[in-house]
Ligand binder design. Sequence first.
Ligand SMILES: Nc1ncnc2c1ncn2[C@@H]1O[C@H](COP(=O)(O)OP(=O)(O)OP(=O)(O)O)[C@@H](O)[C@H]1O
Ligand SMILES: [Mg+2]
Length: 242
Amino acid sequence: MSVEPSAPAGSRRPALHAEALRKTFFAGTPREFAVLRGVSLTVERGRICTILGPSGSGKTTLLRCLSGLEPVDSGTVEVGGTKVHALSPRQTQRFRREDTAFVFQEYNLISDLTLRENVELDRPMAPRPAELAARWRLEHVLDHFPDQCSGGQQQKAAILRALNRDVDVLFCDEPTGALDGTSAGEVLCVLQEVSANGVTVVMITHNEMVTEISDRVVRLHDGEVVSDTVVPDPRPAGELEW
Ligand SMILES: Nc1ncnc2c1ncn2[C@@H]1O[C@H](COP(=O)(O)OP(=O)(O)OP(=O)(O)O)[C@@H](O)[C@H]1O
Ligand SMILES: [Mg+2]
């Protein structure tokens, strides 16, 4: 069940606030394409915000702009007090490395590194990701290269790589897109767990069921937010029936 968002929470500073984001691409047909047309978004710390919308509505572009991966044409993005839109390229690089992690829609694993080496790109595997690798039945392929693994195994490794970063904000682009129901449920349980520990999760999905475990649900259409609702009582991910 969803209700309209309440007034901005008084003294509580949001983890992420974007205002009037605009982004136009100058390639393809039509030559000039306005992908984001004034998108505003607020996510409180330690909450899961889910973004839905038809294919091509601008979800990935929005996530890339929020995370500093893509510069915006106009508008503001503030993440944990950092004005992302105003950072220099070098500052953006540091922000992306130290404050956020991104799970890519196409996984973006490095092809000549094993899954383990991909997960350990930034630091040795922490106990929690190591435990999850076992629980997610990934241990036997950790020393395989991405092209020796299934899409689901690669997607789980991409999620572990992000979790191994120990950051405040986690951006996930369809993190369960390649997973069977059991695996999707397991991943969502962990995302709910990290959010309960204070990590803010901004996640794209095509699966309506994922809205039930989210704190906030934002729907995009043609680069505009067409609805933004808070979920007063999200369900535990373990309760979803896949
Ligand atoms: N680098 C780019 N250059 C030109 N056009 C782009 C670029 N990136 C995205 N687009 C266009 O912007 C639109 C939105 O793309 P985006 O990837 O954000 O959609 P999406 O909502 O994530 O879709 P999907 O659900 O299929 O992943 C599409 O029409 C796409 O072709
Ligand atoms: Mg996308």
